[in-house]
Structure formats: C-alpha cells, structure tokens
Design a protein around this ligand. Sequence first.
Ligand code: HEC
Length: 168
Amino acid sequence: MPDSFKYPALLLAIIVIVALSFWINMPAAKEETIHSHEKSEDIECPECREKDIKKRIALLRSTPYLEKYIENIINRGSSQNLGFAYGEMQEGFADSDAAPKIAAYVVTLSGKSPSRPEWIKEGRIFYVSNCGGCHGEDGRGIHGTFPDLTRDPLLGIQRRIEKALSKS
Ligand code: HEC
C-alpha cells in the first residue's frame, strides 16, 4: 500500500472505532440519566412527592379502583378489621365470573357510573341473592354488624386514602 493511502485509511479506522464505541455506550448512558432523574424526584423534590400523593389519591377515588376493590373482596374475602360485629367476610359468596358484574352494580349504590353499564342489571340480580342477606337489598348494611356499601368512599378505601395523606 502506498504511504499516501496508509494515513487516511488509519484515520478512517480510528473514526469508525470511536463512532462504534459511542454507539455501544449510548443506551447505557441514556438509562443512567433517566435513573438519576427518578432518584432525584424521590428524594429531593417535595413538589414531585406531593404530586405523586395527589395522583395516588385520585386513583383511590376513581371508579375503576372501586370496581377492582369490590371484585377482589368477592374473590378473596375481606379481613380488614373494619370494626363490624360479624367479623371477617369469607371469599366466594359469588362466582369469579359474576364478581365484575356485581361490582358494576355495587358502584351504582354510591351514585357512580360503572365502566360496563351493560352489567348493572345482571349484577343486581347476583347482588340480591349473594350479598343482600348481609349488606341488605338496598346495600345499606346493618349498623355495627355489616358495612354500608352506599357510603363513599367505602371504609377500606377511606383507610387507604388516609394512609396516603399521612405521607404528605
Ligand atoms: C355473611 C355476610 C356477608 C356476605 C354474604 C357478604 N358480605 Fe361483604 N362484608 C361482610 C362483612 C362482615 C364485611 C366486613 C369485613 C372486614 O372487616 O374486613 C364485609 C365487607 C365488604 C366490603 C368492604 C366494605 C368497605 O366499607 O370497605 C365489600 C365491598 C363487600 N363486603 C361486598 C360484598 C359483596 C359484593 C358481596 C356479595 C358477593 C358480599 N359482600 C357478601 C359480610 C358479608
């Protein structure tokens, strides 16, 4: 190879190597920036923490959250020590297939519109036969013995809201 070609070829090789090493390192460098930003939000930014708490409370007050809360209680029971003489609620008073439909009906008891309004009618039928015996056909429960499902927020959710607020 003549000398006049050697140096440009060497230069080109160096440029390629440098460019390659940048390209390989870039994703890692990017991740690090995102990560350190998240960290600083957690620790150093009180406004960000306040915003996080507000977001959490908005979620806790949302209808989809309420629907999921009710559905989970039907499927898993409730042993939250909410302070009722009857004690715990057992799981499985209704099938897991019926649970989201019942939840759609129960949210209407506190004046909310469920995500799937077409389930209200069927949900009400399941509710009356599976839940009404304790919580009452009208959902108002029995004071001190069975919780009132028309209250807003429900007791278990109110607790979670209070817990979130206590962190602010
Ligand atoms: C045998 C009585 C009984 C039946 C039947 C019953 N529950 Fe309950 N339920 C309770 C009791 C008692 C509690 C309180 C448990 C606790 O302290 O965690 C409760 C708690 C709940 C809560 C939480 C209330 C709150 O304020 O956070 C929901 C929601 C609920 N029940 C929905 C239902 C639904 C829906 C059904 C029907 C599928 C149902 N329950 C059937 C007795 C019953």
